[in-house]
Ligand binder design. Structure first.
Ligand code: FES
Length: 127
């Protein structure tokens, strides 16, 4: 049978190890996706028209400044449309799957300080 997905290495016993005794640890403790989708004038609203790029850049810089960037810690990523355009700009944090909207860098800082550093959801920005 032909595999549907190319694998860079052949399967070995490590790939079939019993996974029932320990849950998988996520690669990042917090994986953060900012929608940066840009639409043409006159089309449906989009996050790029509401300051998404500046917010993503601010978050990335602040996470680095806090020493939180990297494997096992935090990753700030760009995303295309996440289909919650009218509620945007939007950001989603995994593995919790918590969605937020924001207005300015103070909101981004609050999400970082409370959710990412403190482990507490920011109810006022949650969507
Ligand atoms: S444009 Fe951001 S969710 Fe659709």
């Amino acid at each position: 049978m032909v595999p549907l997905v190319h694998s860079p290495r052949a399967p070995d016993m490590a790939d079939t190890a019993d996974t029932t005794d320990t849950p998988d640890k996520p690669f990042y403790e917090h994986h953060v996706f900012f929608c940066l989708n840009q639409r043409k004038p006159g089309e449906r609203t989009c996050c790029a028209d509401k300051g998404a790029q500046a917010a993503q850049e601010h978050a990335k810089k602040r996470i680095k400044q806090l020493g939180l960037a990297g494997e096992g810690k935090v990753r700030i990523n760009k995303a295309g449309c996440l289909e919650r355009c009218e509620e945007g700009p939007v950001v989603v944090i995994y593995p919790q799957g918590t969605w937020y909207t924001y207005v300015d860098n103070q909101d981004i800082d609050e999400i970082i300080d409370s959710h990412i550093v403190g482990g507490k959801i920011v109810d006022r920005l949650k969507i």
